[in-house]
Every structure is written in structure tokens, then in C-alpha cells.
Design a protein around this ligand. Structure first.
Ligand code: ZN
Length: 136
């Protein structure tokens, strides 16, 4: 396994406008990117913390994954994302080890990363994302 670091922590919020000031004014991070990911029905805001990012997720559709998550569980940590090398092979080897994959092949996520989710059934309750930055 070649996980290099925690790429980001995804946090579901009701709206970015209310959440961003806490991260900027209280924690002192700078929001450096706001991006809509239509595919996942979310608007995201990013903060850098060392080499790890905080990714705030606001739903753009109550039927989307974040909309449903907030309805069930409220605001809070939604997923953890690990940076990996060779994401296709990592997915294949995890599947061989019995991990249930949500994405069998990577798709494009925010910031142009290749991402894939593992099913929380297989990850002891934490929705887990693998991602690889192939642009650098
Ligand atoms: Zn993510």
C-alpha cells in the first residue's frame, strides 16, 4: 500500500457562507478555492493545513450525497481522503482483498484529482476516498 498522506478531510456543512468564517477568522486558514462539482451535487471550499486540506462540502441538491448525509446525520465529518500513487492498482488490490468499492475506476473530483470511494461497510464506518494528483 502506498498511501503518502491524508490528502483532505471532507466536512459536510449546511452552507459555505456560514462555515467559512469559522475556518478563516477563528482557525486562521485561508480559503484558496471554491469549486462546484456538478457530478457530486456539491459546492466545495478548500483550506490548506500543512500538506492536508480541509474540504467543506455544501449540497446543491437535497437528493445529492451531501444533502442526504446532512438530513440523516447533520453537519460533520463526511469522509477522509488518502493520497495514493497508482490509484487504479490500489483499487484493484483492495478489491482483491475483499473491500467493497463505490467506484471501481477513478473519476474526476474537485481540483482535477482522480478519486474513488471505498464503501463504509468495508472501512469500519468511515467513508474513505483514495485520490491521486496526476497533474503534478
Ligand atoms: Zn473528498
Amino acid at each position: 500500500m502506498s498511501i503518502t498522506h491524508i490528502e483532505h478531510i471532507g466536512i459536510a456543512v449546511k452552507n459555505l457562507q456560514d462555515a467559512i468564517p469559522f475556518y478563516e477568522n477563528i482557525l486562521g486558514f485561508k480559503c484558496y478555492n471554491i469549486e462546484e462539482v456538478k457530478d457530486q451535487k456539491v459546492k466545495t471550499a478548500f483550506f490548506m493545513v500543512g500538506q492536508t486540506k480541509i474540504e467543506l462540502l455544501e449540497s446543491t441538491d437535497p437528493e445529492g450525497p451531501i444533502g442526504k448525509f446532512i438530513e440523516k446525520k447533520g453537519e460533520g465529518i463526511h469522509h477522509i481522503a488518502f493520497a495514493v500513487k497508482d490509484i487504479e492498482n490500489q483499487l484493484k488490490s483492495m478489491e482483491e482483498k475483499g473491500v467493497t468499492l463505490i467506484d471501481k475506476t477513478p473519476r474526476k473530483g474537485a481540483e482535477g484529482l482522480d478519486i474513488a470511494f471505498l464503501h463504509p461497510k468495508s472501512t469500519i464506518g468511515i467513508l474513505t476516498e483514495l485520490c491521486e494528483n496526476k497533474n503534478k
